[in-house]
Ligand binder design. Structure first.
Ligand code: FAD
Ligand code: DHB
Length: 395
């Protein structure tokens, strides 16, 4: 039987980052991923990093390219009724966000793991978690047709929303909180210089649109779509026509119909599973929670979970103290729920919901208050740049 100190399930940003932080502390990890390395490296997802996320990536020693290629954004814009209102993140909070794709973060982490010599198994099939309620957890899996078993001190469940880790916990031991939204996001990536300088989140009468970017030559745009829609129904031309209609103002005249490199639909969901610890199994990132993408919190939240878990495991191996491990779940959940609240709020204010005229008036009132009130802008800005990480207070 193989042996490692921490077995990590899932090679998304959460699993890769945990592995890298632990490697720097001399802790041995084995990473088990269901997909191929090429598939993981090519996935297109989030694009905005909080300053706290950048700090953690620096600490992990994977921020060189991020600093060279990431774009610093001091503000974001909200479009409503044909006007654009800027929220000056820098003036309000002293902080800015960094535009740097999750694809790039993943690539930097994968390269660092290869350099570190730590073990990874891609295309691991039938990953199953055993005995994590006791002191000697095990994982079994198949790889290239052969059965394998690994013994470990701890299992980090970093395998995303559809992973096996959360589903391995008896239902009675877990509470689940969930909200599903009645629409999705259709995203399109294209190689064309963005005709906007900062992200624009637009609430239009035809639905939500987001103008984002990945680099000075690559745009990432989203529109709210029906849950019944299929990507094949959306030609590039149809996407751009709808996007222009929603983004409005003088920008719409400058949006070119560039051919897509990637196009996909994601449903929107809020979800939290509590607690995050079950004996020697710890959940982190999308394995434990989902936020709707409005507000760009998903990746950033995975990073703060991982940072807390890393600190706790470092204390365990360094000082033989379990206090931070005992605190991990409560500490992470406090920040998770704040990001859940903010993502729900952003989603609520910026999309078209079916039906209720009272809700529509409230939405309009909320946005007008945001545009006029320094205090409301401050509340949005401090959440958008990311609430501070909570220091470990010793349990
Ligand atoms: P993941 O990135 O999901 O990684 C989990 C990994 O575990 C995957 O590699 C998966 O293949 C692997 N895995 C799953 N099951 C198993 C198993 N049984 N055995 C082994 N490995 C397994 N956030 C934003 O802020 N903005 C966005 O625009 C945005 N777009 C998104 C679009 C999509 C389609 C999705 C799914 C998410 C999006 N997110 C977005 C959210 C953000 O990308 C996630 O919050 C982030 O990827 C979480 O990282 P993670 O490592 O926790 O999970
Ligand atoms: C992007 C995605 C988001 O969900 C968001 O709020 C901002 C930017 C993006 O993919 O660029």
């Amino acid at each position: 039987m193989l042996r490692t100190q921490v077995a990590i399930v899932g090679a998304g940003p959460a699993g890769l980052l945990l592995g890298q932080l632990l490697h720097k502390e001399g802790v041995d990890t084995l990473l088990l991923e269901r997909r191929s390395a090429d598939y993981v490296a090519a996935r297109i997802r989030a694009g905005v990093l909080e300053p706290g996320t950048v700090d953690v990536l620096e600490r992990a020693g994977v921020a060189t390219r991020l600093h060279a290629e990431g774009l610093t954004h001091d503000g974001v814009e909200i479009g409503f009724r044909g006007l654009r209102h800027r929220v000056d993140l820098k003036a309000l909070t002293g902080k800015a966000v960094t535009v740097y794709g999750q694809t790039e973060v993943t690539r930097d982490l994968m390269e660092a793991r290869t350099r570190s010599g730590a073990s990874s198994v891609y295309e691991a099939e039938d990953v199953a978690l055993h005995d994590f309620a006791g002191p000697t957890p095990r994982i079994t899996y198949r790889h290239q047709g052969e059965a394998h078993e690994v013994a470990c001190d701890f299992i980090a469940g970093c395998d995303g929303f559809h992973g096996i880790s959360r589903r391995s916990v008896p239902a009675a031991a877990m509470s689940v909180f969930e909200r599903v939204y009645p629409f999705g996001w259709l995203g399109l990536l294209a190689d064309v210089p963005p005709p906007w300088h900062e992200l624009i989140y637009a609430n239009s009468e035809h639905g939500f649109a987001l103008a984002s970017l990945r680099s000075p030559t690559r745009v990432r745009c989203y529109i709210q779509c029906s849950l019944e829609d299929r990507v094949e129904q959306w030609s590039d031309e149809r996407f751009w026509t709808e996007f222009r209609r929603r983004i409005g103002g003088e920008i719409s005249a400058r949006v070119p119909s560039a051919p897509s490199i990637e196009k996909s639909i994601a449903p929107l969901r809020s979800f939290v599973a509590e607690p995050l610890r079950f004996g020697r199994l710890f959940l982190a990132g999308d394995a434990a929670h989902i936020v709707p993408p409005t507000g760009a919190k998903g990746l950033n939240l995975a990073v703060s979970d991982v940072f807390y878990l890393y600190e706790a495991l470092r204390d365990f191996y360094g000082e033989r103290s379990e206090r931070a491990l005992d605190e991990y779940s409560a500490r992470a959940l406090r920040r998770i729920w704040r990001a859940e609240r903010f993502s729900w709020w952003m989603t609520r204010q910026l999309h078209r919901f079916p039906g209720d005229a009272f809700d529509e008036r409230l939405q309009q009132t909320e946005l007008e208050h945001l545009f006029e009130s320094h205090a409301a802008q401050m509340a949005m800005a401090e959440n958008y740049v990311g609430l501070p990480f909570e220091p470990f207070r010793g349990g």
